[in-house]
Design a protein around this ligand. Structure first.
Ligand code: 0O2
Length: 214
């Protein structure tokens, strides 16, 4: 019972961190809508990793010690936020603005857009340490933020379904076709970005640090 109570307290902490990040993202999106008539964010999803998923991941990582301290030390994706952006450059714009906030600490970054996974997976992953103010103390809580375009999300969602829901092992030939779909979606992202830019979509917006996205 005591362990269960500790787990519920931990969940409350990670849930609060998700709310902090989600609010920050909504504020940025709202500001862009009012100032520049552009919403960089299409929508936001979030999830708290379930206990079975946590235990499965600890086992997969070969960590025997499975108490709460070990879980908090080893897993950085207990709190997950997925940000689906409209255009490619919005991803880096949101990233830069979030990371620049003085209460945010970037712990890790993996850019699967500049260097997609071998199977074609694309997206920008950040681990941010988010301060959560509780009654007795301030806790820094890691949140995994995955930032994708609609096209990247479309591909990742279907690929995930095919991989996990497939009745059979996905044959090599279909892996190659999935990779080609990812390449095609990358071309679409560049094309849509260019059309948006040609129509003056980004006029007046603050510049981003990583404008050189290819
Ligand atoms: P869920 O339920 O989606 O959260 P780490 O967390 O750092 O120990 P890893 O593998 O280094 O493990 O993390 P990484 O590469 O940053 O990505 C983990 C998450 O990214 C996955 O979460 C997926 O959500 C997504 N992802 C990564 N690669 C792929 C892929 O090839 N296809 C799809 N569809 N999604 C991917 P989980 O752990 O799968 O669980």
């Amino acid at each position: 019972m005591e362990k269960m109570q500790d787990f519920l307290v931990m969940q409350q902490l990670y849930r609060s961190a998700i709310r902090e990040i989600t609010t920050k993202l909504e504020i940025l999106d709202d500001e862009f809508r009012v100032r520049y008539a552009h919403n960089p964010i299409h929508h936001i999803e979030s999830r708290l990793k379930s206990l079975p998923s946590i235990l499965e991941k600890m086992q997969r990582k070969g960590i025997r010690d499975q108490d709460l301290a070990a879980i908090r030390r080893e897993l950085t994706d207990i709190a997950g936020v997925r940000v689906i952006c409209n255009y490619l450059h919005d991803i880096y714009r949101i990233r830069d603005l979030l990371v620049a906030q003085d209460d945010m600490c970037l712990q890790r970054e993996k850019d699967y857009i500049k260097a997609p996974k071998e199977n074609g997976y694309r997206g920008l992953h950040l681990i941010l340490l988010v301060p959560v103010f509780l009654s007795a103390e301030k806790e820094l809580v890691p949140v995994e933020i995955q930032i994708r375009t609609i096209a990247m999300d479309f591909w990742a969602s279907l690929e995930h379904q095919l991989r996990y829901k497939a009745w059979h092992e996905v044959p090599q030939e279909l892996h190659a076709r999935l990779k080609r779909c990812s390449d095609a979606s990358a071309v679409l992202d560049l094309e849509m970005q260019d059309i948006f830019d040609q129509l003056g979509g980004t006029d007046g917006m603050p510049p981003q640090d990583q404008e050189q996205v290819q």
